[in-house]
Design a binder for this molecule. Structure first.
Ligand code: GAL
Length: 416
């Protein structure tokens, strides 16, 4: 069997598992990701081109579904079935979970000098047991509000700084015939909207509630106010929210059907792809009450061990280096709406929203008002994040009262 494999797969690392010949090809990488919207596909093609230029074949394993809802299920199924991809889009604590199970392979050979090039809030997830197992792609700011500029001007409004200003603007937009808030009613989008309202109570409050899972904070009056505010925001949705993808909600703001959307800055990739310019066609502002705070999400590419493989293949090392290259870091984020994860990439080619994201991130690091996104798996394990998601989604898709939701939230935080 092994002999046959050898003749078949040139330049391949050969492994024999349960009598089957499986190859982790050194000159090929299969990359699982969920970057399938217009802006996202454009961004990921930069990586594909980069590795292909270096003689490594890119086998695309794209699984549609915002926030990786479907992709992460496919990843689990494939790993359990003994067919992990060479690399996958992953983030936060889940990278350590995979590494703990022995699923990941070290890419130290490609990661020389990285310690100085990666901000600590991102870097802490990329290493396991002192070894790099993932490469950082970008940093996304989660707490943005996008506003259609024409709609804003038409109602004579200005970007809201706090909730009373937001609701006054939403009323005006509604009266002028716009869907005031474009929303996609998928669980992760519900939680992203909700976590932005949690952040409007302050970065310390957010951290105590969603990072420390402090029971007093979770059951506080302020948390009840959070749910009340979320309930009120829901009154500005249209009837078509159920299951709507985030990029379709963004499209409603792009084409002037809707006035506003609460979304992270991957929405900006869609505006950019539609030729829209910040300040002229749309406005990006931190969500009401969150101006000094920065809620982040950071994608990485994690490297999987295929069938007993103990060190990274040449193809995986080429991919790891490509992800960290200054060219990729800049171009990917220009298309995606994010800012580079790598320290020291010049921001001069970026638009005003990205420049603001970068400046706000730097000052939030100094003032300790930078927090990880719960909706994006940066703050908690999958079990806790999943339990909280269920509570928020149930609340947003029912008439449950805020006090009951807060009790359920406190219980969800105890899930192990
Ligand atoms: C996030 C991911 C982003 C973006 C978004 C929408 O989970 O980190 O890069 O792709 O989902 O699909």
């Amino acid at each position: 069997m092994a002999m046959n494999c050898k003749t078949r797969a040139r330049a391949a690392v050969l492994l024999t598992v349960s009598g089957l010949c499986v190859s982790a090809r050194a000159d090929q990488v299969e990359v699982l990701h969920w970057w399938t919207s217009g802006g996202e596909s454009k961004a990921v093609s930069v990586l594909k081109q980069n590795v292909e230029k270096q003689g490594v074949t890119w086998k695309d394993f794209a699984v549609a579904g915002g926030s990786g809802t479907n992709a992460l299920t496919v990843l689990k199924t494939n790993v359990v079935a003994g067919h992990p991809p060479s690399a996958a889009q992953l983030k936060g604590p889940s990278i350590h979970d995979w590494a703990e199970q022995g699923a990941l392979v070290s890419i130290d050979a490609a990661a020389q000098g990285w310690d100085k090039l990666i901000p600590t809030q991102v870097g802490k997830y990329l290493k396991y047991d002192g070894h790099y197992v993932a490469a950082p792609v970008e940093i996304h700011r989660m707490n943005w509000l996008y506003i259609n500029k024409e709609a804003l001007d038409k109602v004579g409004g200005s970007a809201p700084n706090n909730w009373p200003e937001f609701f006054a603007l939403a009323d005006k937009m509604k009266a002028a015939g716009y869907v005031a808030v474009a929303h996609g009613g998928q669980p992760w989008q519900d939680v992203n909207l909700w976590e932005g309202v949690v952040l409007s109570q302050g970065a310390d409050f957010y951290r105590k509630a969603l990072v420390d899972l402090d029971q007093k904070t979770l059951t506080s009056d302020k948390m009840i106010q959070v749910f009340d505010t979320v309930r009120k925001i829901g009154t500005y949705f249209d009837n078509g929210t159920t299951g709507r993808d985030w990029n379709l909600a963004t499209m409603m703001v792009i084409n002037g059907k809707a006035g506003m959307q609460f979304m992270a800055d991957w929405a900006k990739g869609e505006f950019a792809r539609a030729g829209k310019v910040p300040g002229k066609d749309y406005v990006c502002v931190p969500r009401p009450g969150t101006t000094g705070s920065y809620m982040f999400n950071s994608d990485s590419i994690a490297f999987f061990a295929q069938n007993g493989q103990t060190s990274a293949t040449p193809g995986q090392l080429v991919l790891a280096k490509a992800v960290m290259s200054p060219e990729f870091q800049e171009q990917f984020s220009l298309y995606k709406g994010s800012i580079p994860a790598r320290i020291g990439i010049p921001m001069d080619k970026f638009d005003d929203c990205a420049k603001r994201s970068y400046a706000d991130e730097q000052s939030a690091i100094k003032s300790n008002t930078i927090v990880p996104s719960l909706a994006q798996g940066m703050a908690q394990s999958e079990a806790v994040a999943g339990a909280i998601t269920d509570v928020v989604t149930k609340f947003m898709h029912s008439t449950q009262d805020s006090k009951t939701a807060v009790q359920a939230l406190a219980a969800a935080a105890k899930v192990k």
